[in-house]
Design a protein around this ligand. Sequence first.
Ligand code: FPP
Length: 245
Amino acid sequence: MTEIQRLAEERGVDLNRLPVHVAMIMDGNGRWANRRGIGRLLGHREGYKTLREVLLNCSELGIKFLTVYAFSAENWKRPADEVDGLMRLIEGAARDELRTMHQNNVRVCVAGRRTELPPGLQAALEHGIETTQNNTGITFTLAVNYGGRAEVVDAVKSLVSEHVPVDMIDEAAIGARLYNPDHPEPDLMIRTAGEMRWSNFLLWQGAYCELFVTEKTWPEFDREALIEACLSFQDRTRKFGALAE
Ligand code: FPP
């Protein structure tokens, strides 16, 4: 048993009923930085440190899929220096963390319109995906240039370009054309920094996921907060539109 599993059990988490797929909206880097009177990019840098810890903690807790919203399709509207800084940070992270992730048996995936990203970042992501594709530990998906509506649009484009007949179009046909069709739907979506919004993240897959919002900003999101989210998840009755058993 790992240390975080022991801690989680102590707090009352049932390790046999963990969410299989956890999605995270990493919000509040800017506010964290503002409160300290430092630049927003330093907030994102701190957010990167948090993400490293979160990935390790999720993996050691026994979560099988972690998907994080690193850059939304709408984030291009931010000032150029912030966009540029984020692209560099994500590319640097993809390169610098690959070795450790591979050693830890992490399988890296990406969700989003990859071809619109800077070429260096595309190359780093592709290298990460290829290197880790046969790993059997946690699947870590970086949503970059990701939009939930764009993902559905891209799936519809695939249907049309494959000439799929109208009567063959159903939820399974769309689901099979999403960015990572082999991933299960998220069970739990965590959002930091208090905002009660969905923000176009995993719209299709998140239809029945449980939401957990914490006031902590992303750089403050720690092991305790992750355990709290799991406890809250286990308190819910999931009915998927049916009646409770
Ligand atoms: C939202 O905070 C956060 C982002 C738009 C970027 C998320 C990026 C990271 C956590 C950096 C590390 C990522 C990787 C993959 C290395 P915000 O800027 O909207 O915060 P605010 O709402 O307080 O302004």
